[in-house]
Design a protein around this ligand. Structure first.
Ligand code: ZN
Length: 243
Protein backbone atom coordinates (compact mmCIF):
# COMPACT_ATOMS: atom_id res chain seq x y z
CA UNK A 1 0.00 0.00 0.00
CA UNK A 2 1.27 3.44 -0.96
CA UNK A 3 0.15 6.51 0.94
CA UNK A 4 0.94 10.14 0.22
CA UNK A 5 1.52 12.18 3.39
CA UNK A 6 0.54 15.81 3.03
CA UNK A 7 0.22 18.43 5.75
CA UNK A 8 -0.50 22.12 6.10
CA UNK A 9 -1.82 22.86 2.61
CA UNK A 10 -3.06 26.20 3.96
CA UNK A 11 -5.32 27.10 1.03
CA UNK A 12 -2.36 27.12 -1.36
CA UNK A 13 -3.87 25.58 -4.50
CA UNK A 14 -0.77 25.94 -6.71
CA UNK A 15 1.43 24.13 -4.17
CA UNK A 16 -1.20 21.41 -3.68
CA UNK A 17 -1.64 20.88 -7.44
CA UNK A 18 2.14 20.70 -7.92
CA UNK A 19 2.40 18.04 -5.20
CA UNK A 20 -0.43 16.02 -6.77
CA UNK A 21 1.28 16.21 -10.19
CA UNK A 22 4.57 15.10 -8.68
CA UNK A 23 2.80 12.25 -6.88
CA UNK A 24 1.19 11.14 -10.15
CA UNK A 25 4.58 11.17 -11.92
CA UNK A 26 5.98 8.93 -9.21
CA UNK A 27 3.25 6.33 -9.69
CA UNK A 28 0.51 7.78 -7.47
CA UNK A 29 -0.78 6.48 -4.16
CA UNK A 30 -3.69 4.36 -2.96
CA UNK A 31 -4.64 7.00 -0.43
CA UNK A 32 -3.76 10.48 0.77
CA UNK A 33 -3.13 10.98 4.47
CA UNK A 34 -3.76 14.64 5.22
CA UNK A 35 -2.44 15.98 8.52
CA UNK A 36 -4.65 19.04 8.91
CA UNK A 37 -4.58 22.78 8.23
CA UNK A 38 -6.12 22.38 4.79
CA UNK A 39 -7.15 26.02 5.08
CA UNK A 40 -5.89 29.26 6.64
CA UNK A 41 -3.32 31.82 5.35
CA UNK A 42 -3.76 31.22 1.60
CA UNK A 43 -6.23 32.41 -1.06
CA UNK A 44 -8.04 29.19 -2.12
CA UNK A 45 -9.66 27.42 0.84
CA UNK A 46 -12.72 26.20 -1.09
CA UNK A 47 -10.76 24.90 -4.09
CA UNK A 48 -8.25 23.08 -1.87
CA UNK A 49 -11.02 21.29 0.06
CA UNK A 50 -12.79 20.46 -3.19
CA UNK A 51 -9.60 19.04 -4.73
CA UNK A 52 -8.70 17.00 -1.64
CA UNK A 53 -12.19 15.49 -1.54
CA UNK A 54 -11.73 14.12 -5.05
CA UNK A 55 -9.15 11.70 -3.67
CA UNK A 56 -9.48 8.76 -1.33
CA UNK A 57 -8.16 10.30 1.85
CA UNK A 58 -7.80 9.99 5.60
CA UNK A 59 -7.67 13.45 7.10
CA UNK A 60 -7.41 14.96 10.57
CA UNK A 61 -8.28 18.50 11.68
CA UNK A 62 -5.74 21.23 12.35
CA UNK A 63 -6.01 24.41 14.40
CA UNK A 64 -6.64 26.56 11.30
CA UNK A 65 -9.41 24.22 10.12
CA UNK A 66 -11.16 24.61 13.46
CA UNK A 67 -10.57 28.37 13.60
CA UNK A 68 -12.12 28.89 10.15
CA UNK A 69 -15.38 27.27 11.27
CA UNK A 70 -15.53 28.97 14.67
CA UNK A 71 -14.64 25.82 16.61
CA UNK A 72 -11.54 27.49 18.00
CA UNK A 73 -11.13 31.00 19.36
CA UNK A 74 -8.55 32.94 17.31
CA UNK A 75 -7.49 35.12 20.27
CA UNK A 76 -4.42 32.87 20.64
CA UNK A 77 -3.50 33.48 16.96
CA UNK A 78 -1.15 36.27 15.93
CA UNK A 79 -3.03 39.20 14.28
CA UNK A 80 -2.15 38.14 10.70
CA UNK A 81 -3.26 34.53 11.26
CA UNK A 82 -6.48 35.76 12.89
CA UNK A 83 -7.19 38.13 9.96
CA UNK A 84 -6.57 35.33 7.46
CA UNK A 85 -8.81 33.03 9.46
CA UNK A 86 -11.64 35.54 9.37
CA UNK A 87 -11.18 35.95 5.61
CA UNK A 88 -11.16 32.14 5.20
CA UNK A 89 -14.44 31.77 7.13
CA UNK A 90 -16.10 34.01 4.54
CA UNK A 91 -14.71 32.02 1.61
CA UNK A 92 -16.03 28.60 2.69
CA UNK A 93 -19.29 27.08 1.51
CA UNK A 94 -21.59 25.43 4.01
CA UNK A 95 -20.49 22.05 2.66
CA UNK A 96 -16.81 22.99 3.16
CA UNK A 97 -17.52 23.97 6.77
CA UNK A 98 -19.40 20.71 7.38
CA UNK A 99 -16.49 18.76 5.95
CA UNK A 100 -13.96 20.54 8.21
CA UNK A 101 -16.25 20.03 11.21
CA UNK A 102 -16.40 16.30 10.49
CA UNK A 103 -12.62 15.73 10.67
CA UNK A 104 -11.32 13.74 13.64
CA UNK A 105 -8.30 14.81 15.72
CA UNK A 106 -6.48 11.49 15.55
CA UNK A 107 -6.46 8.58 13.11
CA UNK A 108 -4.79 5.22 13.19
CA UNK A 109 -3.58 3.91 9.79
CA UNK A 110 -1.88 0.55 10.36
CA UNK A 111 1.46 1.19 12.08
CA UNK A 112 0.93 4.96 11.91
CA UNK A 113 -0.88 7.35 14.24
CA UNK A 114 -1.85 10.50 12.33
CA UNK A 115 -2.33 13.88 14.07
CA UNK A 116 -1.85 17.57 13.29
CA UNK A 117 0.15 18.92 16.25
CA UNK A 118 1.04 16.11 18.64
CA UNK A 119 -0.54 12.91 19.96
CA UNK A 120 -0.73 14.51 23.42
CA UNK A 121 -2.44 17.67 22.19
CA UNK A 122 -3.46 17.23 18.54
CA UNK A 123 -4.60 20.77 17.86
CA UNK A 124 -2.05 23.05 19.52
CA UNK A 125 1.19 21.41 20.57
CA UNK A 126 4.34 21.83 18.44
CA UNK A 127 6.91 19.05 18.56
CA UNK A 128 10.20 20.80 17.90
CA UNK A 129 12.42 19.57 20.74
CA UNK A 130 13.66 16.17 21.87
CA UNK A 131 12.13 16.80 25.29
CA UNK A 132 8.63 17.40 23.88
CA UNK A 133 8.98 14.48 21.47
CA UNK A 134 10.06 12.10 24.22
CA UNK A 135 7.03 12.97 26.34
CA UNK A 136 4.76 12.44 23.33
CA UNK A 137 5.96 8.89 22.65
CA UNK A 138 3.88 7.99 25.73
CA UNK A 139 0.69 9.22 24.06
CA UNK A 140 0.43 6.81 21.12
CA UNK A 141 0.89 3.06 20.88
CA UNK A 142 1.66 2.53 17.19
CA UNK A 143 5.27 2.31 16.05
CA UNK A 144 5.15 5.56 14.13
CA UNK A 145 3.40 8.89 14.44
CA UNK A 146 3.00 11.39 11.60
CA UNK A 147 2.69 15.07 12.58
CA UNK A 148 2.44 18.47 10.88
CA UNK A 149 1.83 21.92 12.42
CA UNK A 150 5.42 23.21 12.67
CA UNK A 151 5.86 23.15 8.85
CA UNK A 152 9.39 21.79 9.34
CA UNK A 153 10.50 18.36 8.07
CA UNK A 154 11.92 16.60 11.17
CA UNK A 155 12.42 13.13 12.55
CA UNK A 156 12.44 12.07 16.21
CA UNK A 157 13.70 8.60 17.02
CA UNK A 158 13.14 6.70 20.26
CA UNK A 159 15.45 3.71 20.38
CA UNK A 160 15.12 0.48 22.36
CA UNK A 161 17.15 2.02 25.22
CA UNK A 162 14.54 4.79 25.51
CA UNK A 163 16.95 7.40 24.20
CA UNK A 164 15.39 10.09 21.96
CA UNK A 165 17.22 11.83 19.12
CA UNK A 166 16.34 14.53 16.59
CA UNK A 167 17.36 14.21 12.91
CA UNK A 168 16.67 16.07 9.71
CA UNK A 169 14.16 14.07 7.69
CA UNK A 170 16.26 12.23 5.07
CA UNK A 171 15.22 11.83 1.43
CA UNK A 172 14.67 8.15 2.07
CA UNK A 173 13.81 6.71 5.46
CA UNK A 174 13.79 2.97 6.12
CA UNK A 175 10.88 1.78 8.25
CA UNK A 176 12.68 -1.46 9.03
CA UNK A 177 14.16 0.11 12.15
CA UNK A 178 13.40 -1.20 15.63
CA UNK A 179 13.03 2.39 16.85
CA UNK A 180 9.75 4.22 17.23
CA UNK A 181 9.54 7.39 15.17
CA UNK A 182 7.71 10.72 15.14
CA UNK A 183 7.89 12.04 11.59
CA UNK A 184 7.09 15.50 10.24
CA UNK A 185 7.07 15.57 6.41
CA UNK A 186 6.93 19.38 6.21
CA UNK A 187 4.26 21.65 4.75
CA UNK A 188 2.70 21.69 1.29
CA UNK A 189 1.49 25.28 1.28
CA UNK A 190 3.71 27.27 3.63
CA UNK A 191 7.14 25.68 4.24
CA UNK A 192 9.10 27.24 7.12
CA UNK A 193 12.51 25.60 6.84
CA UNK A 194 14.06 28.15 4.49
CA UNK A 195 13.13 26.20 1.36
CA UNK A 196 10.07 27.62 -0.44
CA UNK A 197 9.31 24.39 -2.32
CA UNK A 198 6.28 22.34 -1.27
CA UNK A 199 7.10 19.39 0.98
CA UNK A 200 5.42 15.98 1.18
CA UNK A 201 6.19 12.25 1.46
CA UNK A 202 5.22 8.87 0.07
CA UNK A 203 5.10 5.81 2.33
CA UNK A 204 5.23 2.32 0.83
CA UNK A 205 4.30 -0.21 3.52
CA UNK A 206 5.41 -3.20 1.42
CA UNK A 207 8.84 -1.70 0.78
CA UNK A 208 8.87 -0.37 4.37
CA UNK A 209 10.17 2.97 3.19
CA UNK A 210 9.28 6.65 3.29
CA UNK A 211 10.47 9.06 0.61
CA UNK A 212 10.51 12.79 1.27
CA UNK A 213 10.09 15.10 -1.72
CA UNK A 214 10.31 18.84 -2.41
CA UNK A 215 8.36 20.30 -5.32
CA UNK A 216 8.73 23.67 -7.04
CA UNK A 217 5.52 25.58 -7.71
CA UNK A 218 4.49 28.98 -8.99
CA UNK A 219 4.31 30.85 -5.66
CA UNK A 220 4.24 34.21 -7.47
CA UNK A 221 0.79 33.35 -8.82
CA UNK A 222 -0.39 32.41 -5.31
CA UNK A 223 1.04 35.66 -3.98
CA UNK A 224 -0.85 37.71 -6.59
CA UNK A 225 -4.10 36.08 -5.54
CA UNK A 226 -3.31 36.80 -1.89
CA UNK A 227 -2.70 40.47 -2.69
CA UNK A 228 -6.01 40.63 -4.60
CA UNK A 229 -7.74 39.14 -1.54
CA UNK A 230 -6.05 41.71 0.75
CA UNK A 231 -4.49 39.00 2.87
CA UNK A 232 -1.73 40.23 5.24
CA UNK A 233 1.52 41.18 3.48
CA UNK A 234 3.78 39.12 5.76
CA UNK A 235 1.83 35.99 4.79
CA UNK A 236 2.36 36.86 1.13
CA UNK A 237 6.09 37.53 1.36
CA UNK A 238 6.98 34.47 3.43
CA UNK A 239 6.08 32.14 0.53
CA UNK A 240 9.07 33.45 -1.48
CA UNK A 241 11.59 32.40 1.13
CA UNK A 242 9.96 29.51 2.99
CA UNK A 243 9.82 30.76 6.55
ZN1 ZN B 1 -0.20 24.94 9.73
Amino acid sequence: MRSAVIADIHSNLEAFQAVLRDLEERGGADEIWCLGDIVGYGPDPHDCIKLLRQYRSACVAGNHDWAAIGKLDTSAFNPEAAAASQWTAGALTEEDADYLASLPLTLRQGDFTVVHGSPREPIWEYILSVQTAKANFGYFDSRYCLIGHSHSPLLFELDSKNSCRLHQLPEQLSLKTASRLIINCGSVGQPRDGDPRASYAIIDTEQESLWHYRVKYDFKFTQEKMLDADLPMCLVSRLSVGW
